[in-house]
Design a protein around this ligand. Structure first.
Ligand code: DGL
Length: 272
């Protein structure tokens, strides 16, 4: 299909649920004129505790739905979906597709040099070894230490972003990585930027926190430029939010992440 004015089409953003709004935040800061269509698979979240093949199947279904909006590029904001589904998506689609693993890995290598790198994420992302594999492809001598942090997603979803309980949990999760004297820490999960303040406090000033959301937003700017797909609008781009379950929980947690209430959240069904 030949597209007229492809720069006028929206960017599709996919996540397993609400956490990908941290990526929306970063993209809106860097590309304020772009139209965005976000799809959160809230009916089937979390992906981080599921098998890789299930994650791939769900991701493909959601991306098929997003393609109805004639998206000009796709950002897979979910780390777990990026870890498992990117090769399949890239084989089958002709638009630029960005995941969060590579931009985060590149930033970590640039920052850490030869020092050890820490990665935190969901169980599925850590088990996939997507970050260590990508980092070692960029710099074979890198030492990467990974830690699944399954309690952090529920903490964010419950709005426990401050205080001693999240602080103690973060301390316990990060202790083994800090023992390895990591110099950069990749936040390998959509939800973790919401806890960046506490994570930075536990890590101390010698560890640089790598926020995959910021890194993928910068990569998107570069990709849109390379493909001459940047929006030519001068006004702020609109956003559309789609979810696969009732929107109440998405609205509640989304407002926490975005710092403002969400409008125009629409429930969609993957079948129809
Ligand atoms: N979006 C997921 C990720 O970044 C976290 C939530 C989930 O487990 O679905 O890995």
């Amino acid at each position: 299909m030949i597209r007229r004015n492809p720069h006028a089409y929206p960017i599709g953003i996919f996540d397993s649920g609400v956490g990908g709004l941290t990526v929306v935040n970063a993209i809106r800061r860097k590309c304020p004129h772009e139209e965005l269509v976000y799809l959160g698979d809230t009916a089937r979240t979390p992906y981080g505790s599921k098998a890789g093949e299930t994650v791939v199947r769900f991701t493909k279904e959601c991306v098929r739905h997003l393609l109805r909006y004639r998206i000009k590029a796709l950002v897979v904001a979910c780390n777990t979906a990026s870890a498992f589904a990117l090769p399949t998506l890239r084989r089958n689609l002709k638009i630029p597709i960005l995941g969060v693993i590579e931009p985060g890995a590149r930033a970590a290598v640039a920052e850490a040099g030869k020092s050890p790198i820490g990665v935190i994420g969901t169980r599925a992302t850590i088990q996939s070894r997507a970050y260590p594999t990508t980092i070692c492809r960029l710099q074979a001598s890198s030492r990467v230490y990974s830690q699944p942090c399954p309690l952090l997603v529920p903490l964010v979803e419950e709005g426990w972003l401050k205080g001693n309980i999240p602080l103690d949990i973060i301390r316990k999760y990060l202790r083994p990585l800090l023992h390895k004297k990591i110099r950069s820490l990749i936040l390998g999960c959509t939800h973790y930027p919401a806890l960046k303040g506490l994570l930075a406090r536990v890590c101390g000033s010698r560890v640089r926190i790598i926020d995959s959301a910021e890194e993928v937003a910068q990569e998107l700017v570069n990709v849109l430029q390379t493909h001459r797909l940047q929006s030519r609008k001068k006004t702020a781009g609109r956003q559309k939010y789609l979810v696969t379950d009732v929107p109440e929980q998405f609205n509640r947690v989304g407002a926490l992440i975005l710092g403002r209430s969400l409008q125009q959240v629409q429930r969609v069904s993957m079948g129809g």
